[in-house]
Design a protein around this ligand. Sequence first.
Ligand code: NAP
Length: 330
Amino acid sequence: MPKIIAILNATGNQGSGLIRAFLSPNSSQKNDYKVRALTRNITSPAAQELQSSYGPSQLELVQADVYDVESLRKAFKDVDGVFAATNNRLPGKKIETEDEMRHELVAGRNIVDAARGCDVSHMVLSSLPNINRASNGRFSKVFHFDHKNTIEEYAKKELKAVTVLWPGLYYSNVAWPQYCRKLEDGIVRFCAPASGDVRADWVDAAHDIGVFAAAIFTKGPTAIGNKTYPVVSPKICFSDLARIFESKTGKKAIFDPISLDEWGSTVAAAAGKGYEEDIRQMMEWIGVAPGEKVCYGTMERGEDRSWEELGVRASTFEEWLERSGWRGPE
Ligand SMILES: NC(=O)c1ccc[n+]([C@@H]2O[C@H](COP(=O)([O-])OP(=O)(O)OC[C@H]3O[C@@H](n4cnc5c(N)ncnc54)[C@H](OP(=O)(O)O)[C@@H]3O)[C@@H](O)[C@H]2O)c1
């Protein structure tokens, strides 16, 4: 019998990647799993596209809302596993105060409580490291990391087996205006608020997280139940984004950092004022985090056992450019 896996963020980057890893025509696992794709709205274009891509025998759409624990309980009934990711953003709404960021904790608690109520035997949880702890209290407002880490601790305490993924920065972020702009002369300007020689860990979120999570479900909870795997490619410098982009696309590109103030206000304009200090502190930490450690400077390189234990690795920027077809801002 195929195993049933309930997948949150099914219409988003992370969940859709796991669905593809399980069910795409060239997947070796496509007969081993059935997907229960959770969405707030099963009639949305994104949900309907999933349904038509994989068909009802492989994928069932189920309505669930992470702020409605009862809907999660129904969605997790009789599943063999749950892939869970939480969101710091609220769709269609700006976060105006730092306190509002706590909605992610509510969602995480609901997910874990519902999974415990349904006796879920294995959860793969997309989380992030605790930056307050890693920075010895210097950066205490990186809520979208620390809240995930709090959810992770709660999940490990409450559930039978929780395997944790810590994704790097999304390559797809570079398509956002705070990371990349086209100048009037046509030059593509990569512009994070960090010096060009700062190295960071990146990921093809819509691909790599799915590949990692599929490998984890296949290994099962007994083998790797309570481990944590960073989903990060070998670190690259911020200036490498421009260098690699130019060599791949033939388009002239430079790295030209912006100030933290400009960065914070661009993000706040899009996501809300309550998120501004969070995203500023995240970048400040990336600028000073120990370069020899992986995953936002929080893990010794040798602690990353994903290749040895799962046989998977995260994509390079070159691979993401190829896969996504992104050719810079218009
Ligand atoms: N950007 C980065 O560099 C980066 C790096 C590491 C981690 N992250 C983390 O990644 C997370 C975002 O994950 P993603 O990229 O997969 O998301 P995404 O592509 O933005 O999609 C959001 C997903 O959340 C679902 N969703 C929204 N509200 C919901 C609710 N109330 N109940 C149930 N589902 C809901 C949406 O489903 P429906 O619309 O179908 O309901 C959609 O599938 C964030 O927490 C972020 O912190 C980001």
